[in-house]
Each structure stands twice: as structure tokens, then as C-alpha cells.
Design a protein around this ligand. Structure first.
Ligand code: MSP
Length: 624
């Protein structure tokens, strides 16, 4: 069984966790869950970076002791990871003994190997980035909180490793990804590499790990932090464990910390005689877009706030679907709503609802057995489409093209919808029950495969979809066609992704709420179940000039409707029309005939039925 070790950066505890932190951690979680699902042994590490000037200052500002501050702030990260369904196997804090011991042992080792020396240095220091910067960098405007520092410190002979590092990057195309970042690092390495300052005098910073060979100094926070990737897996103390996981398969980072990870860290490892990471992958940044996100307008809709409103999994899906890995992406609430309603509520949610509802109504709530189809072509095409996606996803994940993998899976979902359009089980059921059973089996099986593939991104919602279509017991790794077992009970139908009508608004937007008299609230509106209904048959109601009696199809069966439209419509002209039906209206008896719903129509001088002009809108589709 292959091993897969993946890490996130360890986050500073000087701030509250935000979308940036959440994004990297969710991405790592998706990768970890994917590798577990394909049968790998996975070790997924995240944690917190608790030493250094930034954290010391944050504690000071709150008048807190640094340890008390970190103990409090670390919980916010841990709580958020729990809420976000993060499945990390370990959580490392750099203030833990298991970590501090390894940092000191590593320093001692480098000291013994004469890799470290003490000298006076004068230069610029960026507190926000916690590193010395060159004069050019200081002028570039990219760095904040710049201080001039003149002091004696300990240095690591990093410059000695420049050539070896360049050779390694050139020989290993997957060492730094994406290629644009690899080129950026190679560009950086075209300048002479300087030695790395790895200490801070205690006169300036006390909150850190003391150098084992010079008690006047604490360890530079990046040297301390990077070591977490090996301290957490037992470097120097548990050789078996360490060798099981190292070299790490993937360090996931944001582009802001590329140089520390692909220059400082590999050279530190080279000096210590430890092999290098297989891949360092740097993703882009999330930017906040659209007017709605301005804090001054008072109506900030933060992605993490959405969790309260729509749940965790849709937010995970959005973040993974929307960011092209390696590039920056913009968040707007409008984009979120569009993506949610189109992909999750409509394509995936309605499909699940239709399938489970139909099976409950017509097949006693149990997965019908596969049988000979009326026409084998649509089934063969769908089965092939599922096999193609199953074959494509591993390469897309391997290449970190997750947004494309999700695009391909959602395309399969749309194909299942189209397959139902083609086979029309709501009509088929009247002619051939067995063939209809087969149609439902095929649709449910294709949906199951899509849900298994989506599971790493939306674990909870996909578990509910699996329950809803009777696939709860199928092993997640089983992507072969036919794993869905006939006879298994499907769940009580419900929409796994209720349609979103509005996103939460901030306080300023709700101020106008008092003058709402006479308006329908969202709750009022949401009570209405508006659906597309296809007219199967129509006739005049004997003895009533204005009334027609219609038989219409929804996705879950047929209804009889009595409508006062005879003056405007002949019965024949209505056959095959797709109309809008209020499907959950209390049945009424009109002239002795029951009417199970009401058709929407525009009524003025004339009367015109509301129709839907889209051939691929299936009967039963929700309108709203
Ligand atoms: N403590 C260091 C990392 C040490 S790793 C040995 C650090 N911490 S941090 O708290 O500032 O988190 C940085 C990480 O958060 C970035 O690398 C990136 O993964 C993520 N992001 C922070 N803001 C971000 C966005 N706006 N968008 C996406 N991710 C960004 O640096």
C-alpha cells in the first residue's frame, strides 16, 4: 500500500484563522481524503507556528503571556478545522516538547558539522515576513514593517548549497510546482545566495527555542517552523516512523512562502543529510471581489460566514471548483450563489431527489434490478461516460487540476440528468416496469459513481446522497460499474442542497426590514412548491364551458388538474407543453372533479399559461 504524506503550512497564532488558512487546509484535506479513498496510507499534518516576534507582539498587545496567548489562539484553529471536516492525522504546535527537542538536535548537528558561524550583520528586517531582506527587496514596496537591524547573530552556510539546489530543481521537474513557481525560484537563485541568519538575540526576542550552544540566542522562527515537517514524524527519535513517511509527498503552501520552503528548507535538509521533499506545491491567493465585500459598506459576506448559512460542504466545493490551482481567484457572494444553485442545487441535488423519490414511489423504495433496456444506446453512452471520468480523475488529481476534475464529475452528473430526459421513466413506467427499473438503476449507479468521486470534497453531503440512493454500504474505492446492489433501500427523499434564494446580508442591509408589510417573506415564498409539469392528455370537462381537465407528468408520477383555460386553449394544443404547476396546493374539487394543483398563468385581458422554453428542463424540475 503506497504511503502519502501531506502537510499544510503551520499557521501563525497572531491572528484569527481566515479564508486563506482555511483554503490551504481544505485543499490538503481533499488530497488526503482522495488518497485514503484510493487505498493509500495517508499521513496528513497541520499545526501552528507559535514562536517569533509576530506572536510575541500579538501577545503583548493583549497584555497576555505568550504561552497563554498561543494556548488560547490554537484552539480557534483546531475548532475551525473540526467544523470544516478536516481529517488531519496529527496537529503540531511548535511549543510542544517533541518539536523543540528536534529543533535543538538539528541545530546541534549543524553546529557540530561546522555549518553555523557567528558574525555581525547589518541589514533590513521585515517583521511581517519575519526575515532579513535585501536593500532591493526593502525598496520594492512588497514588504511591510521594515526595521534596520545591526547585531551579532548565528548564520547557516546556506550559500554553499546554491549549486546543488539549482541542480536538484533542474533535475526534478515535480520538485516545485506549478512551473511558474519553479521558474520564480530559479530566477531568485540566479542572484548569489546569502547565508541564512538562524538566530535572534534574546535582547530583542525571548519567545523562541534557545540555541543549544549559545544561551544568549533563540532560534529564528522560520528555522524553527520548517522543522515541524520532520519533528512531527519522529525525526531523530523514531527512525521507523520517520522512514515510513519521509520524504514527504507534498508540502502545500501559498505563494507567499515559496522562498522559505524551496530555498531555506531544502538547503537545511541537505546540510543535515536528509532527503528532500518530493513536491512543494504553491497555490495562489484568494482575493475578495465585488462591491459587496467592502467592509465600510457594512455588508461583508465572508466565505467562512457562509458556512452558517449553507453548511460546510458547499463552501469546500466552491473553493475547490473555483480556484485554478496555481493562480489567484476572486470570491464574490454572487459567484458563490450561482455556482451553488447551478451545480449543487439543480444538477446534483434535484437529480438525487428525483431518483430517490421515483424509486420510493414506483419500486417500493428499493433499488430495482438492472434489466434489458428498451434502447441500449443511452445506457451504454452513460456507462462509458462514467468510465471515462473514473479514468480521467486520477491524472487530474495527480496534476493538481482539481477544478477540472470537479468539472468533469459535474459533467457526468449533467449526463445522468440528460439520460433521464431521454429515457423518460415517468412515461416508461406505464409501458414497461422492468425497463423503467433498469433506467433507475442506471441513473442511480452513475450518480453513485459521481458521488464517490466527489466524496473527498464534500464528505458529509456525499454520505447523505449515498444513503439516499441506497449506496451507503458500497466501499468508496469501488468505482466499477455495477457495485450498487439491487434491493437495497433508498432513503426518504429530500433535497441534499436546498436552493439558495439569498445570501445572508449584513446588519445595514436588514435595516429596511420594518416597511415589509404586505410583502411576502422568503419563508412565505419558500412554502410554494413550483414545478415543471408536462401535459400528457387534455379534454374538455363535460358541462363546463371554461374548464379543461389535464393529465400532467412530474418526475414522481402524474397529476390531474382542472384549469379554467378552455376559452384560450384547445385540448390538442396543450399536449407536450411544459407548464408551471403549484404542486403543493391543497387539492380542490371543481365541478365534481379533483384538481391536484394549479397552473400558473398571466391573466389580463387575455389569459396566457406560463410555460418554460427549455427542452432540457425535465418534468418535476423546481421553479423558483
Ligand atoms: N507560519 C508561516 C508558515 C510556516 S510553514 C513552516 C505562515 N503562516 S500564516 O499564518 O501567515 O499562513 C500562511 C498561509 O496561509 C499561506 O501560505 C497560505 O497558505 C495561506 N494564505 C493566507 N492568506 C491567503 C489568501 N488570501 N489566499 C490563499 N491563501 C493564503 O506564513
Amino acid at each position: 500500500m503506497p504511503n502519502f504524506y501531506i502537510t499544510t503550512p503551520i499557521y501563525y497564532v497572531n491572528d484569527l484563522p481566515h479564508l486563506g488558512h482555511a483554503y490551504t487546509t481544505i485543499l490538503a484535506d481533499v488530497m488526503a481524503r482522495y488518497h485514503r479513498a484510493i487505498g493509500d496510507q495517508v499521513h496528513f499534518l497541520t499545526g501552528t507556528d507559535e514562536h517569533g516576534l509576530k506572536v510575541q507582539q500579538a501577545a503583548q498587545e493583549r497584555g497576555a503571556d505568550p504561552q497563554a496567548h498561543t494556548d488560547e489562539y490554537v484552539r480557534r484553529f483546531q475548532d475551525l478545522w473540526q467544523r470544516l471536516h478536516i481529517s488531519n492525522d496529527d496537529f503540531i504546535r511548535t511549543t510542544e516538547e517533541r518539536h523543540k527537542g528536534v529543533v535543538q538536535a538539528l541545530l546541534q548537528d549543524l553546529y557540530d558539522k561546522d555549518e553555523l558561524y557567528k558574525t555581525e550583520y547589518e541589514g533590513y528586517y521585515s517583521v511581517s515576513d519575519e526575515r532579513f531582506i535585501t536593500a532591493r527587496e526593502a525598496e520594492s514596496g512588497q514588504f511591510k514593517q521594515i526595521e534596520t537591524v545591526k547585531e551579532t547573530n548565528w548564520f547557516f552556510r546556506m550559500s554553499d548549497y546554491q549549486e546543488r539546489l539549482v541542480a536538484h530543481i533542474e533535475a526534478q521537474p515535480k520538485f516545485i510546482l506549478p512551473v511558474s513557481r519553479r521558474n520564480e525560484v530559479l530566477g531568485f537563485l540566479r542572484q548569489p545566495l546569502r547565508d541564512l541568519c538562524i538566530s535572534r538575540p534574546k535582547s530583542r526576542l525571548t519567545w523562541g527555542i534557545e540555541l543549544p550552544f549559545d544561551s544568549d540566542y533563540v532560534t529564528y522562527v522560520w528555522f524553527d517552523a520548517l522543522t515541524n515537517y520532520i519533528s512531527a514524524i519522529g525525526y531523530g527519535s523514531d527512525e521507523e516512523r520517520f522512514n515510513k513517511w519521509w520524504p514527504v509527498n507534498m508540502h502545500l503552501i501559498g505563494k507567499d512562502i515559496l522562498i522559505t520552503h524551496s530555498v531555506y528548507w531544502p538547503t537545511m535538509l541537505m546540510a543535515a543529510g536528509v532527503s528532500l521533499p518530493k513536491t512543494i506545491f504553491a497555490h495562489g491567493w484568494w482575493l475578495m471581489g465585488g462591491d459587496k465585500m467592502s467592509k465600510t459598506a457594512g455588508n461583508v459576506v465572508q466565505p467562512l460566514d457562509l458556512i452558517e448559512h449553507v453548511g460546510v460542504d458547499p463552501v469546500r466545493y466552491f473553493l475547490m471548483r473555483e480556484m485554478v490551482l496555481g493562480q489567484d481567484a476572486t470570491f464574490t457572494p454572487q459567484q458563490f450563489m450561482q455556482r451553488y444553485n447551478a451545480d449543487l442545487a439543480n444538477d446534483l441535488g434535484n437529480l438525487t431527489h428525483r431518483i430517490s423519490k421515483f424509486i420510493r414511489r414506483h419500486f417500493d423504495g428499493r433499488i430495482p434490478p438492472p434489466a434489458r433496456p428498451t434502447d441500449p444506446a443511452p445506457e451504454a453512452a452513460l456507462q462509458q461516460a462514467a468510465a471515462d471520468v473514473v479514468a480521467a480523475v486520477p491524472t487530474l488529481v495527480e496534476d493538481m487540476r482539481l477544478h477540472e476534475a470537479l468539472g468533469a464529475i459535474m459533467e457526468l452528473v449533467r449526463k445522468v440528468n440528460r439520460y433521464l430526459e431521454q429515457t423518460q421513466p415517468w412515461k416508461q413506467i406505464k409501458q414497461d416496469r422492468e425497463a423503467t427499473g433498469n433506467t433507475l438503476y442506471v441513473a442511480a449507479e452513475a450518480l453513485r459513481i459521481a458521488a464517490q468521486l466527489l466524496h473527498p470534497v464534500m464528505p458529509n453531503r456525499m454520505d447523505s446522497i449515498r444513503q439516499l440512493i441506497g449506496a451507503g454500504g458500497v466501499n468508496l474505492a469501488d468505482l466499477a460499474w455495477g457495485a450498487l446492489l439491487p434491493g437495497v433501500e433508498v432513503g426518504e427523499p429530500r433535497a441534499p442542497f436546498p436552493r439558495l434564494e439569498a445570501l445572508p446580508q449584513a446588519a445595514t442591509d436588514i435595516a429596511g426590514a420594518e416597511d415589509d408589510a404586505g410583502r411576502a417573506s422568503w419563508e412565505d415564498f419558500e412554502k410554494l412548491d413550483l414545478r415543471i409539469a408536462e401535459v400528457l392528455a387534455a379534454e374538455r370537462l363535460p358541462g363546463a364551458d371554461k374548464l379543461l381537465k389535464l393529465r400532467v407528468a412530474l418526475d414522481d408520477g402524474e397529476r390531474q388538474i382542472v384549469a379554467g383555460i378552455a376559452p384560450q386553449y384547445t385540448p390538442e394544443s396543450l399536449i407536450g407543453k411544459r407548464l408551471v404547476l403549484v404542486a403543493n396546493l391543497q387539492p380542490a374539487t371543481i365541478r365534481g372533479t379533483e384538481s391536484q394543483g394549479m397552473l400558473l398563468a398571466a391573466a389580463g385581458e387575455q389569459l396566457v399559461l406560463a410555460t418554460v422554453d427549455a427542452a432540457d428542463m425535465a418534468p418535476g424540475a423546481k421553479v423558483g
